[in-house]
Design a protein around this ligand. Structure first.
Ligand SMILES: NC(=O)c1ccc[n+]([C@@H]2O[C@H](COP(=O)([O-])OP(=O)(O)OC[C@H]3O[C@@H](n4cnc5c(N)ncnc54)[C@H](OP(=O)(O)O)[C@@H]3O)[C@@H](O)[C@H]2O)c1
Length: 323
């Protein structure tokens, strides 16, 4: 496993991390046993960073990860989040008030069966709560020993700078993959940051870890993705407008171009997608989602080879030509 280190966090990260959203049970065919096997295989193969959130499966993904890591907690860093609450009908709302965050952290620790979280991330901004209150709550929670570091996700550049003035922001998590370099939406949510243009330079300049989410475009950049019928309507991905209808046809055509390149160099598309991310100096740990130990293994095999400068140039040319 390769590692990357940033100045704001003491421990190096494995370049391939693990994203636990699917383990919450809202994706195709997820089951807890496969999820736990996948997580354990990841630890066996040197993954030391797991990304999760309370909202993934409404608490379930955190419980599954806690169970999978029993006896191995010290070997890894857990990155969880706060700021998205759900009601008894499963409706989600943003809340980054101090009062709510103090409740959320204790709920997460109980679900993980641990007494600390390594990296606590503000999942989405809450524009109704002053950022001063939120950062001050994070500092209190850190002083209590419940978290070691904290970071932001989906924040605009200006709000990130504001948070950095108020406290020690250690990481940024944002949407980034070969076909979504400066995306302006995620599912149906507008994004008011531009990943490659604004966030990656910020992370490089100030030593924040950058954690790209949906690195495989929710499966579109994996080898097995088909032109149709990749998931049923219960799968959370059916809510992604980029993975259905005309927009999907457009993205699938772009994927075909990248797949031809992958075939030309004799590598699986998902490994090309992961290695393209690894090659960017600001990208710290790629939190690939995976439902099986086999997928984990295939993703980690990416680190056994690298894209050459010529290959990166060729990919860049392909990406520039796609509209
Ligand atoms: N901060 C945020 O707002 C935010 C938002 C989204 C995600 N995230 C985080 O980012 C993580 C990763 O993003 P993501 O889950 O959206 O999607 P992703 O990592 O881009 O894609 C994951 C999917 O790709 C497919 N896949 C992975 N490895 C494969 C392989 N070797 N061969 C074939 N298919 C493979 C699987 O699809 P199948 O299930 O169809 O096999 C898997 O479920 C999440 O788990 C979560 O931790 C954060």
């Amino acid at each position: 496993m390769q590692i990357k280190k940033v100045s704001r966090i003491d421990e190096p990260f494995s370049v391939v991390g693990f994203g636990c959203w699917a383990s919450g049970g809202e994706w195709n065919d997820t089951n807890d046993l496969d999820s736990m096997k996948a997580m354990q295989r990841a630890v066996d193969l040197g993954v030391n960073f797991f990304d999760v959130a309370p909202v993934y499966g409404l608490g379930h993904a955190e419980e599954v990860l806690g169970e999978a890591l029993k006896g191995r907690r010290q070997q890894v860093m857990i990155g969880s989040k706060c700021g998205l609450l759900w009601d008894d009908r499963g409706r989600i709302s943003n809340n980054l008030t101090a009062e709510s965050m103090h409740v959320e952290i204790d709920d997460s620790l109980r679900r993980f069966q641990t007494d600390y979280i390594d990296l606590y991330q503000l999942h989405w901004p809450d524009l109704d709560t002053p950022i001063e209150e939120t950062i001050s709550a994070l500092e209190q929670i850190r002083h209590m020993g419940k978290i070691r570091y904290y970071g932001v996700s989906n924040f605009s550049l200006s709000l990130t700078f504001k948070a950095m003035e108020l406290g020690h922001v250690a990481s940024y998590q944002g949407l980034y993959n070969m076909l979504e370099r400066n995306p302006d939406s995620y599912h149906s949510i507008p994004l008011d940051y531009r990943t490659e243009r604004e966030i990656l330079p910020l992370c490089e300049d100030y030593g924040l870890a950058f954690l790209p989410y949906s690195p495989l475009f929710q499966g579109l950049l994996a080898d097995s993705f088909q032109a149709s019928d990749n998931f049923d309507e219960h799968d959370i991905r059916s809510n992604n407008p980029k993975l259905r209808g005309e927009l999907f046809q457009n993205y699938f055509e772009k994927r075909k171009r990248l797949d031809s390149f992958a075939q030309q160099i004799g590598k699986p598309l998902h490994q090309v997608a992961i290695n393209w991310l690894i090659a960017h100096p600001a990208v710290t740990s790629i939190i690939c989602g995976a439902q099986t130990a086999e997928q984990v293994q295939q993703n980690i095999e990416s680190v056994s080879w690298q894209l050459s400068e010529d290959m990166l140039t060729e990919i860049d040319t392909i990406l520039q030509s796609l509209h």
